[in-house]
Design a protein around this ligand. Structure first.
Ligand code: NAG
Ligand code: NAG
Length: 793
C-alpha cells in the first residue's frame, strides 16, 4: 500500500466507525459465544453491536485488523486456547472500548505493541514467549488490573516499563526452559497486591527467583517439585525470604510433590512468616517422617487449610503427625480430601475455633473423651466413616462452645435407648443429612438446636412424643419416607420446613393451623393422591402460595391414574362429590321434591288416567303397524260401525260423530244406514262385516238394550272369526260389575279382558281421548275401500 492509499483506507474506516457509532449509541450488551467450534478464522458474520466475543478453544492462527475493526462496541475478547503465533497490538487500535483481552494458551512468540491500546485485563500467559512480553507502551495502561505473562527469561530490565503501575494481580507463567540465566531480583519492583507464579512442571525446584515482593498481600505458587533433595533446600530458602514481607497475608501452594519431611519443613517455615492464611492443595508426599519437635511459637498464622493429599508412605508414625496437627495454635484448621484416619485430642486447651475434616477416613473414635476443645465453635466431619451417633453425642458433650456440627454423608445410625442424651447445649446448627438415621433420631436431639438438617435418611414418621425443640426454626427432612407433614406441637418456632421427595400423599390440612410461624415450606415432589382428602390442603397451600417453595410446578398428582401429572393447582373437586352428608341430604331433598310433584300432578290432573291412555295409544300404534295394508284394503264399506243405546244417542251425535267425521272416518250408524226391509239381525251382521272396526258405547243403558247385546255378540264373533281385533269399547259412564246381567257373560268377559277407552268428564282430557280413539280405528284406511253407507233406514 502506498501512503495515499493507506490514508484513504483509514479515512473510510473512520467514517464507517462514526456511522456505526451513531447507530449503536445505546449501551446494551451483546454477547457472542462460539467456543469449541473448530473455527480457523474469526467469523465474518458477527453483529456490529457485539460487546463480548468468546472464540476460545478454536484453531485460529491469525488475528487481523479487518476481523474486528467494525466491532466498535467490543469490550471483551476471549481467544484463549487458539493457535496465534504472533500478534500486532495495532489491530485493536479502532476498538477503543476494548478493555478485556484474553490470549492465554496460544503459541505466541512475538508481539508488537501500539500506543493506542489501554486494557484493564490483559492475559498473555501460557504462551511461547522467550523474554517477558512487556513493551514500553504497557506503561501507559493506567487502568491495568490484571496482567498475565509468560516467558522463559525473567529479567530486571524487562519488567521496567510497568514498575510504576499498581496492578491488582500479576500472573507469571515460567516456560519450560526457565532457569538458565536467572535474575533473582527481577520481580522486586513489580507493584501488585496479588502475585501468582507458575513454575515449570516436572522440574526439580532449583530456582533462585526471589518471590518475596514487598507489595504482595496474596502470594500463590504453583508446581513445586522437590523430591530429589530431601530437605527441599531451594524452595525452603525462597519461603524463608517471606519473613521480611510484612504485608503478606495469604500464601497458597498448588501442585506440590515432595517428602513428608520437607512438608513439615515447609509448615515450620511458614509458621514464622507474616502469613495469616496458609493453604495447600494437591499435594503428593513420599518417604518417611522423622520425629522432630515443632516450634509453634511466634506465629501470625490463623488458618491452615490442606486439600487433596496423596501419600505413598504406609508405615508413617501417624501419632506424631496427628499430635502436631492437634496442638497447633491457630483458629482455623482444615484437612480435606486426604486419607487421614484420626486426629488426636489437643494436649491442653486448644485455641481451635473452626475445624473442618471433610472427606477423610475418620471414625467414631475421633475426639473421644476430649476435654480440650472447649473453644471450638464449628466442627465439620462430613464424608467420613462415622457410624454410631451415640458416640458423636458423647463427643459433643465436652465441646461446650460448639455451635455448628456437620456430620452429614457418613453412615450414622442411632440405636434405641443407648447411652445418655448428652448433646452439648450450645449446639445451634446440626447437619445429619445423608446418613442411615431412622425415626429414633428424634428421641435425642440438641435441646436448643435452631437448624436441623435430616435430609436423605430413613425416617418414616416424626414421633408425636418428640423431644420438645422449642428453638427449632429450620427443619429439613427431604428425601426420607415420611407419609405426612409434621404438626408443630413439638416445634413451636418452626419457620422453614423442607419435606420434598417423601411419600406424603394425604398431607394433613391442619398443618397450617398448628404451624403459625411458617414462612417457607417446600413439599413438592411428593406422590400426592388427588382425592377429596386433599382439597382442604390444596386450598390452604394455594392461599399461602407465597410461602410455598416450588409452587405450583413441583406439586403434581401421582394418583389416581386419571389425575396423574396434573398440577395440584389445577386439581378441583366439587363440594358435593366430596361431602357424604351433603350428598345424602341433596339426594333426599330431590327425591322428596319429586314425590311431591308426582303427588300433586296425580291429584290435580289425574295423571294415572293420562298414563293409561298413553299406554293404550302406544299399544294400538304398535298393533296398527303390524297389520299389512292389503288386509286393511279389503272390501270394507265403513271404517267403523257404532253400536249404542238410544239413551246415549245425544252423545254419539254431538260428540262422537263430529269428531270422527272431521277426520274423514266413515261411520255406520244403525239409525242412519240400516237397510229397511231387511231384518234387524241381517242388518247388524251385514254392517258389522262391512266395517273395519266396531265401536261399542258402553253405559248402564247399553246393558239394558237387547239389540246392543246382539251387536256385541256379532262383533265379538267377527273378531274371533277374523283373528283381528276390530272391537273398540268406549266406557261412557261407569258400569258397576253387578249391574251387568248374568246372561251377558260375553260382555263381562270382554270388559274384563279388554282395555276400554274411558270417556273423561273433564273437557281438558277430551283431546287425548279422541287421539286415542282415532289411533284405535287406525285412520290409515284407504279410500277405495269406501262406499258411503247409503242405506237409509
Ligand atoms: C475460620 O472459619 C470460619 C468458618 O468456616 C470462617 O467463618 C472464618 O472466617 C475463618 N476465619 C479465619 C481466620 O480464617
Ligand atoms: C448439610 O450438608 C449437606 C452436604 O453434606 C449440604 O448440602 C447441606 O446444605 C447442609 N445443610 C445445612 C443446613 O448446612
Amino acid at each position: 500500500m502506498t501512503k495515499t492509499n493507506s490514508i484513504i483506507f483509514y479515512f473510510i474506516i473512520v467514517l464507517e466507525l462514526i456511522l456505526i457509532k451513531i447507530q449503536l449509541s445505546d449501551g446494551s450488551e451483546l454477547i457472542i459465544r462460539r467456543p469449541r467450534a473448530n473455527l480457523t478464522h474469526v467469523p465474518k458474520d458477527l453483529p456490529l453491536a457485539t460487546t463480548t466475543l468468546d472464540i476460545s478453544q478454536n484453531n485460529i492462527s491469525v488475528l487481523q485488523a479487518s476481523d474486528i475493526v467494525l466491532l466498535s462496541k467490543l469490550r471483551v475478547l476471549m481467544m484463549s486456547y487458539n493457535r496465534l503465533q504472533c500478534l500486532d497490538m495495532g489491530v485493536f487500535q479502532f476498538n477503543t472500548e476494548l478493555e478485556y483481552l484474553d490470549l492465554s494458551h496460544n503459541e505466541l512468540r512475538v508481539i508488537s505493541c501500539h500506543s493506542a491500546v489501554n486494557f484493564k485485563h490483559l492475559d498473555l500467559s501460557f504462551n511461547a514467549f522467550d523474554a517477558l512480553p512487556i513493551c514500553k507502551e504497557f506503561g501507559n495502561m493506567s487502568q491495568l488490573e490484571f496482567l498475565g505473562l509468560s516467558g522463559t527469561k525473567v529479567q530486571n530490565s524487562s519488567v521496567q516499563p510497568i514498575t510504576h503501575l499498581n496492578i491488582s494481580k500479576v500472573l507469571l507463567v515460567l516456560g519450560d526452559a526457565y532457569g538458565e540465566k536467572e535474575d533473582p531480583g527481577s520481580l522486586q519492583h513489580v507493584s501488585t497486591r496479588s502475585l501468582h507464579i507458575v513454575f515449570p512442571v516436572k522440574r526439580e525446584f532449583r530456582f533462585i527467583l526471589d518471590v518475596s515482593v514487598s507489595t504482595v498481600i496474596n502470594l500463590e505458587l504453583s508446581n513445586i517439585e522437590c523430591v530429589l533433595e530431601d530437605e527441599c533446600y531451594y524452595f525452603l530458602k525462597a519461603l524463608s525470604k517471606l519473613e521480611k514481607n510484612e504485608k503478606l497475608s495469604n500464601l497458597t501452594l498448588n501442585n506440590i510433590e515432595t517428602s513428608w519431611n520437607s512438608f513439615m519443613g515447609i509448615l515450620q517455615c511458614v509458621w514464622h512468616t507474616p502469613v495469616k492464611y496458609f493453604s495447600i492443595s494437591n499435594m503428593k508426599l513420599h518417604g518417611q517422617l522423622k520425629q522432630r519437635d515443632f516450634d509453634y511459637s511466634n506465629t501470625s498464622l490463623k488458618a491452615l487449610s490442606i486439600y487433596q493429599v496423596v501419600s505413598n508412605a504406609f508405615s508413617l508414625s501417624q501419632n506424631y503427625l496427628y499430635s502436631i496437627f492437634s496442638n497447633m495454635n491457630i483458629q482455623n484448621f482444615t484437612v480435606s480430601g486426604t486419607r487421614m484416619l484420626h486426629v488426636l485430642c489437643p494436649s491442653k486447651v486448644s485455641p481451635f475455633l473452626h475445624l473442618d475434616f471433610t472427606d477423610n477416613l475418620l471414625t467414631d473414635l475421633v475426639f473421644e473423651d476430649c476435654r480440650n476443645l472447649t473453644e471450638l465453635r464449628t466442627l465439620g466431619l462430613q464424608k467420613n466413616q462415622l457410624k454410631k451417633l451415640e458416640k458423636i453425642i458423647l463427643m459433643s458433650a465436652e465441646m461446650t462452645s460448639l455451635q455448628k456440627l456437620d456430620i452429614s454423608q457418613n453412615s450414622l445410625s442411632y440405636g434405641e435407648g443407648e447411652g445418655l442424651c448428652a448433646w452439648t447445649e450450645s449446639l445451634l446448627v446440626l447437619n445429619l443429612s445423608s446418613n442411615m438415621l431412622t425415626d429414633s433420631v428424634f428421641r435425642c436431639l440438641p435441646p436448643k438446636v435452631k437448624v436441623l438438617d435430616l435430609h436423605n435418611n430413613r425416617i418414616m414418621s416424626i414421633p408425636k412424643d418428640v423431644t420438645h425443640l422449642q428453638a427449632l426454626q429450620e427443619l429439613n427432612v427431604a428425601s426420607n419416607s415420611l407419609t405426612d407433614l409434621p404438626g408443630c406441637e413439638g416445634f413451636s418456632s418452626l419457620s422453614v420446613l423442607v419435606i420434598e421427595h417423601n411419600l406424603v400423599s394425604y398431607p394433613s390440612a391442619d398443618f397450617f393451623q398448628s404451624c403459625q410461624k411458617i414462612r417457607s415450606i417446600t413439599a413438592g415432589n411428593n406422590p400426592f393422591r388427588c382425592t377429596c382428602e386433599l382439597r382442604e390442603f390444596v386450598k390452604n397451600i394455594g392461599r399461602l402460595s407465597e410461602v410455598v417453595e416450588g409452587w405450583p410446578d413441583s406439586y403434581t398428582c401421582d394418583s389416581p391414574e386419571s389425575a396423574k401429572g396434573t398440577l395440584l393447582q389445577d386439581f378441583h373437586m366439587s363440594a358435593l362429590s366430596c361431602d357424604t352428608v351433603l350428598l345424602i341430604v341433596t339426594i333426599g331433598v330431590t327425591l322428596l321434591l319429586l314425590a311431591a310433584i308426582v303427588a300433586f300432578l296425580c291429584l290435580r290432573f289425574d295423571l294415572p288416567w293420562y298414563l293409561r291412555m298413553a299406554f293404550q295409544w302406544t299399544q294400538t300404534r304398535h298393533r296398527a303397524r303390524n297389520i299389512p295394508i292389503e288386509e286393511l284394503q279389503r272390501n270394507f264399506q265403513f271404517h267403523a260401525f257404532i253400536s249404542y243405546s238410544g239413551h246415549d244417542s245425544t252423545w254419539v251425535k254431538n260428540e262422537l260423530l263430529p269428531n270422527l267425521e272431521k277426520d274423514d272416518i266413515r261411520v255406520c250408524l244403525h239409525e242412519r244406514n240400516f237397510v229397511p226391509g231387511k231384518s234387524i239381525v241381517e242388518n247388524i251382521i251385514h254392517f258389522i262385516e262391512k266395517s273395519y272396526k266396531s265401536i261399542f258405547v258402553l253405559s248402564p243403558h247399553f246393558i239394558q238394550s237387547e239389540w246392543c247385546h246382539y251387536e256385541l255378540c256379532f262383533a265379538h264373533h267377527n273378531l274371533f272369526h277374523e283373528g283381528s281385533d276390530n272391537l273398540i269399547l268406549i266406557l261412557l259412564e261407569p258400569i258397576p260389575q253387578y249391574s251387568i246381567p248374568s246372561n251377558y257373560h260375553k260382555l263381562k268377559t270382554l270388559m274384563a279382558q279388554r282395555t276400554y277407552l274411558e270417556w273423561p268428564t273433564e273437557k281438558s282430557k277430551h283431546g287425548l281421548f279422541w287421539a286415542n280413539l282415532r289411533a284405535a280405528i287406525n285412520v290409515k284406511l284407504v279410500n277405495q275401500a269406501e262406499t258411503t253407507c247409503h242405506i237409509q233406514r
